[in-house]
Design a protein around this ligand. Structure first.
Ligand SMILES: [Zn+2]
Length: 115
């Protein structure tokens, strides 16, 4: 279920267009809900389900910290979290959700574009 809310801006410090709080996809009030954004957030829904939801947020935060130390840059750290790498990599592939393998994000831990 997609909800348009100003919470996205507040919770992401003005940073994100959308976010996933299973089972909801939150989208910023002024954000246009494109197929690309919806696919991106649906990939996060699948990631959250397969990590039993709460551990997703813990893993996401821990990897963000790791990437922040790695890159020393907030946006680069965020974009290189393996969950985000997968979501950004496949957000334009509309059929990806049907063929996605479970735990596909683990293939993005070592590099942004796994072979
Ligand atoms: Zn994302």
């Amino acid at each position: 279920m997609v909800i348009k809310t100003g919470l996205v801006k507040i919770l992401s410090f003005g940073f994100a267009r959308g976010m996933c709080l299973y089972p909801f996809v939150l989208v910023g009030k002024e954000t246009e809900l494109t197929d690309q954004l919806l696919t991106h957030e649906k990939i996060h829904l699948k990631q959250q389900l397969e990590t039993l939801i709460l551990p997703f947020y813990l893993l996401y935060f821990l990897e963000f910290l790791f990437r922040f130390f790695q890159y020393g840059n907030f946006e680069k750290a965020y974009r290189n979290i393996s969950f985000e790498r997968e979501a950004y990599h496949y957000e334009s592939h509309q059929d990806y959700l049907d063929q996605r393998k479970k735990y596909a994000w683990t293939g993005f831990l070592a590099q942004a574009d796994p072979a």
